[in-house]
Design a protein around this ligand. Sequence first.
Ligand code: HEC
Length: 181
Amino acid sequence: MRHLLSYIILGAIAVFLLLVAAFFAWIRSSQLTITTEQVVAEYRSLPEDARRTAFEWRDPGAGSYITNCRNCHGPEGKGWDQYPGLGDSARLSSRPGGREYMIDLHLYGITSDRWRAPMPAFGTMPDEELAAVINYIIVTFSEPDSMPEEFRFFTPAEVEERRGRAVSASAVNDLRPSPAE
Ligand code: HEC
């Protein structure tokens, strides 16, 4: 009888802990989804000509970086082990062909001999989120003074434009410009 009671109590504790875990998982996922969905909805409700200037990328870009990129590129974008730091992002995207490279490596992934790991494709993300996270890494992690004054931020329309190509991850690497000045 005692055994039965302790099993019931243990079972109840286990169920309780599972419910708590599920509750926190639910809160976390719903917050993230709402943020991205709100940004996408707000952006799409703007008139065409306002989209270029009014695109609010900072918060969604930061949120997306934490969820999707931080594990590999590190909390400060410095990279580690086989994952590159992102300090060249402004320089790379300012070179001829650099904007296409920057977008394609996110849409289609990239693999090269420089690093011992490939980067997976993020083509399932909405255009708004991709443009946001690209702007975020460029502004946040580029080496000091490497940001050109006339820098044009990436827009969702620019990302959309590069979709639907059959590009392999190693072909994306062929687009990489030299980051040197
Ligand atoms: C699973 C690990 C992983 C994740 C997640 C990841 N990356 Fe990468 N990333 C890599 C690797 C590895 C490379 C280098 C690939 C190569 O050149 O072989 C790379 C390359 C890059 C480059 C090009 C760097 C250069 O010098 O050319 C940028 C920019 C970049 N990642 C940004 C991001 C962003 C933004 C995210 C999130 C949306 C992200 N990465 C998510 C592993 C990852």
